[in-house]
Design a protein around this ligand. Structure first.
Ligand code: KG4
Ligand code: ZN
Length: 346
């Protein structure tokens, strides 16, 4: 069995896996601790991880009916993410592994989002096209094997989730912003306000969300606080529709280039209902298979990290004791972390 730990942002997560099956997947969300700030406070996140990581690991083992005696390797997110938060999970994983002379498997967080699709039930086999949209990243990944992916396009500025979180704050909605906007949008008209669908004429596969966020800020300024309050649902619906439209447009463009028979989604924004519906329609149009993991496997969790770890190199004890977390980029580049490969020119 594998024990997996994920602490890259504001969720303290641990899971136990038996092959492609997650026997447990415990997530302790810190959302309440950060809500008052309208976003994640890195120091607060690190401190909360420190308090939560032990009980969360214990809960994951208990739920799986397992003990540390059953664990043959420990998987952990090494990056990218908040460095202080990552270090808590990495240190805990190292300590658990070292105490029992077990190997450690460092995992790239984004590869984790891809690998959520390899989990039971109905695991998806590569090749497939994977749209990853989260609070920190937005990219189109060409997944040709289980060890990594190639980035076909990515955001040039904000991530989709980041734009949703910041816009939710503008609209006076809670944190995290994605689910709050989705809820608010249910009572609104997505065509009430015209929002720019950025990059629509750009022939590439990159994304951009900062203009959209600015457009919303202008609408809010024009409307004033009372106007915003009166039109909140329409603003949320229009903004969400524009985010979805851009994500779907790029996915469509990638599909038109041909060669794909399956599409998957990953990252917190992939939990978004209207996005899931729009991608389902797109896949039907193109006659490709769509794999949608449950929302709980889209947002950060440790089962996806364990899933990626099954196809990643194991570092034997004690070689990992000086292994470092990385905040951004593609890891230390020594081949010991699965994840993104250099983008190919397109
Ligand atoms: O993957 P994730 O849990 O953490 C990162 O790696 O960033 O993604 C978090 C992001 C947040 O921006 C949150 O607002 C967004 O995912 N999100 C959603 C939904 N649930 C979470 N966005 C839109 N609709 C949702 N239902
Ligand atoms: Zn994530």
């Amino acid at each position: 069995m594998l024990l997996a730990i994920e602490t890259s942002c504001d969720d303290t997560c641990a899971a136990v896996l038996d092959g492609p099956r997650a026997l447990s997947n415990v997530i302790s969300s810190q959302a309440a601790a950060h809500a008052g700030f309208g976003g994640v406070v890195p120091e607060v996140a690190a401190r909360r991880h420190l308090e939560l990581v032990e009980p969360v690991v214990e809960a994951a083992l208990a739920e799986a009916g397992a003990s540390l005696d059953d664990v043959e390797a420990v998987a952990v997110t090494a990056g990218p993410g908040l460095i202080g938060a990552l270090l808590v999970g990495l240190s805990a994983a190292k300590a658990i592994a070292a105490a029992r002379r077990l190997p450690l498997i460092p995992v790239d967080h984004l590869q984790g989002h891809v690998a959520a699709n390899f989990l039971e039930p109905e695991p998806l086999d590569p090749p497939f096209l994977c749209l990853i949209a989260s609070g920190g990243h937005t990219l189109l990944a060409a997944v040709r094997d289980r060890e990594g992916y190639e980035t076909l396009g990515q955001t040039l500025d904000d991530a989709a989730g980041e734009a949703l979180d910041k816009s939710a704050r503008l609209l006076g909605l809670g944190y995290p912003g994605g689910p709050a906007i989705q809820r608010e949008a249910e009572g609104g008209d997505p065509e009430a306000f015209e929002m720019p669908v950025a990059m629509a004429r750009d022939p590439g596969l990159d994304f951009s969300f900062s203009g959209l966020k600015t457009a919303l800020a202008y609408r809010c300024r024009e409307l004033g606080p009372e106007g915003v309050a009166a039109r909140r649902a329409d603003l949320a619906a229009s903004f969400q529709a524009a985010v979805v439209a851009q994500l779907v447009a790029k996915l469509r463009r990638a599909l038109r280039r041909g060669g794909w028979e399956a599409v998957a989604l990953g990252g917190g924004v992939a939990a978004n209902g209207p996005l899931r519906d729009a991608v389902a329609r797109l896949c039907e149009e193109h006659g490709v298979r769509l794999k949608l993991v449950p929302p709980a496997l889209c947002t950060d969790n440790a089962a996806m990290i364990g899933s990626a770890a099954r196809f990643a190199p194991r570092i034997p004890y004690p070689d990992y004791l000086d292994y470092d977390a990385f905040a951004s980029g593609e890891g230390p580049g020594d081949g010991r972390v699965v994840g993104a490969r250099p983008a190919r020119a397109h």
